[in-house]
Design a protein around this ligand. Sequence first.
Ligand code: NAD
Length: 245
Amino acid sequence: MLKNKTAVVTGGTRGIGFAIVKTYLDNGANVVVAGSRQETVDKALARLAEYGGRVMGICPDLCDPEAVGAAFASVKEKFGSLDILVNNAGVSSRTSLYDYTVDEFSKIMDLNVTAVFVCAQAAARIMKEQGGGVILNTSSMVSRYGQPAGCGYPTSKFAVNGLTTSLARELAKDQIRVNAVAPGVTATDMVAALPKEMVDRISAGIPLGRVGQPEDVANAFLYLASDQASYVTGAVINVDGAAMT
Ligand code: NAD
């Protein structure tokens, strides 16, 4: 579905991001794994050795326009284009409002919102010049309901939805589609670390009766990146088993 396309996936070293990377590679794309540290990028690349020269690693500071611009230019230089950007890197927190510091709030907003803006801007500049592209953002089910602690995280994901809708309208004239995927509870390392009975309790509250797998989420990202979604822009697709928690 993505033959001859080049994709950058931020936070591609593990969890949902790594599943997107693998799904895109399995569908013929060249994929650039963007991580926070060279060490984790190298580890991810080692797990993707079977894909040979179709994989590349970068680790710019995602909030630094110059660093991101240079990294994306190196992608275009290696593969000839940058067709798909997946803004997936994100951090969460469940700190109570009474204990929340401005520093912690800013850190969440920096990676979850400012980095999405910076990367979208750098990618859009390249995509406009080449005649189009796709920008995808990772939102969350908490962007609809909030959550009872850690207000910075849902606030950041509401902002991701706002960026998605606004950029879809602004960039449509340049043939750049912008969409988001809003996962529910997904079995990444964080969920794997929870006691089984807790996961069972969470699963029981989800109408589909289970937590999501990273591949469930990656498949939505595959559809939205592909030409199958050629008339879809400004959408936030829920991939959450109809959970409402
Ligand atoms: P994860 O913690 O397993 O992975 C997060 C990724 O972000 C890692 O690759 C990490 O290296 C990267 N990252 C963290 N800080 C970074 C930084 N400063 N610069 C660059 N990269 C950085 O998390 P995950 O569960 O796979 O989450 C991926 C996305 O999905 C996030 O945006 C998260 O908010 C969202 N999400 C996750 C769930 C879930 O249940 N797992 C649910 C809804 C939304």
